[in-house]
Design a protein around this ligand. Structure first.
Ligand code: PHE
Length: 371
């Protein structure tokens, strides 16, 4: 009798578990919540939560986001992807921001046939020749071209020095894209020097740059090092205008850089002044209500990555990862937060580049460049 009752109870609990599991859709999220690029993870997660508040369900099911912190590390990123697929049985993965980390996640998603979408990794290799990997943003050959044209045509800079973080795929790729267009336009790269994420002292590189008296210095890495480089450059008496890519986008840029980063130009993905879609307007309003800061690109892209997956699930009326993959691939003119999103044949989004300039503690909108 006891045994039968026990079995009946187990059956009830099991069916409860099954029906519950059926009612939720699990999406894995891998972000740098701690470590060298933690500002990226924090900003993305904040925005993704707003995206989830805008749209918490699909096909009548609740969406559960399972967040794992990769500690700004490639190996942790790969381990997180394995865990989300094997243990949590997610139907898709969103993440990371830094291209090197997304490059560690992508092959695992690919091997396991789980759709993976990076909100903001811009290195072209992330999606290259991959069936299951996508991104919600533009790529660095375009970003580097916009930086170079802005430097040459708008800033009238003829001599550029470039600093590259050789530990980051993003920085290496952005430097080569920038240099290619800049030279084509007739500009001269007077000095090209390297550093690595985590470095603190850039005196040797900056002394070598100072000798060449450049009009601009392009720094293609991430915010912490950009801020330190800016400070040390000013201390050495270098007056050249500073320019960076989307890696500059973090409150820490001005917190660490102070006056040294004032006037720095950078390219990015989003500006509330350039928001046109109803979803974008709603996002900005919700963001403003909840935060004191200006809505950043990372949050907006995080929310878009989430909404792209939900849109795909709805169009395919299925939670099967293969079907979701097929539907993401067909994303066309989706009216997202950062604009109308179309996934091209390389699985990248075709989007505008926004140029901003640091002014005091904030940054201001300069212009938008169409692809
Ligand atoms: N594009 C950067 C990379 O690929 C990440 C990034 C995106 C950082 C947007 C800030 C803002 O590594």
């Amino acid at each position: 009798m006891r045994l039968i009752m026990g079995m009946a109870l187990a059956l009830i609990l099991f069916s409860f578990y099954v029906s519950r599991a059926d009612d939720t859709i699990k999406i894995g999220v891998i972000l740098a919540m701690t470590g060298g690029t933690s500002a990226f993870g924090q900003q993305t997660w904040t925005g993704m939560q707003i995206g989830r508040n805008i749209r918490p369900t699909v096909l009548g099911k609740k969406v559960e986001l399972i967040l794992l912190d990769n500690k700004s590390d490639k190996i942790e990123s790969a381990n997180a992807a394995q865990r989300l697929i094997q243990k949590d049985k997610v139907i898709g993965i969103i993440g990371d921001v830094a291209s090197s980390n997304s490059l560690a996640i992508a092959p695992i998603a690919e091997d396991n046939h789980i759709p993976h979408i990076s909100p903001s990794s811009t290195n072209p290799i992330v999606t290259l020749n991959r069936k299951y990997v996508f991104r919600a943003c533009f790529i660095d050959p375009f970003q580097g071209e916009v930086m170079a044209k802005f430097a040459y045509n708008e800033l009238k800079a003829r001599k550029a020095a470039v600093l590259t973080d050789i530990g980051q795929d993003y920085s290496v790729g952005l430097t080569s894209a920038f240099a290619k267009t800049y030279k084509k336009l007739g500009g001269q790269i007077v000095r090209q020097v390297n550093y690595q994420s985590g470095d603190q002292d850039f005196t040797a590189q900056l002394t070598a740059i100072k000798e060449t008296d450049p009009d601009i210095i392009a720094i293609t890495g991430y915010y912490t090092e950009i801020a330190l480089i800016a400070r040390q450059a000013r201390e050495l008496g270098i007056k050249a205008t500073l320019i960076a890519g989307d890696g500059a986008e973090a409150p820490e840029l001005t917190e660490i850089g102070g006056e040294a980063v004032d006037g720095l130009y950078y390219t990015t993905h989003f500006d509330e002044k350039a928001v046109l879609t109803p979803l974008g307007k709603k996002y900005v309003e919700m963001f403003r209500k909840q935060n004191k800061s200006t809505p950043d690109a990372l949050g907006a892209l995080g929310a878009d990555a989430y909404l792209i997956i939900l849109d795909a699930i709805e169009r395919t009326s299925s939670t099967n990862p293969e079907k979701i993959r097929d539907a993401i691939e067909k994303t066309k003119d989706f009216q997202g937060i950062t604009g109308a999103i179309t996934i091209n044949k390389n699985h990248d989004a075709v989007k505008n580049v926004v140029i901003r300039q640091v002014k005091g503690r904030d940054s201001v909108y300069i212009s938008s460049v169409n692809p």
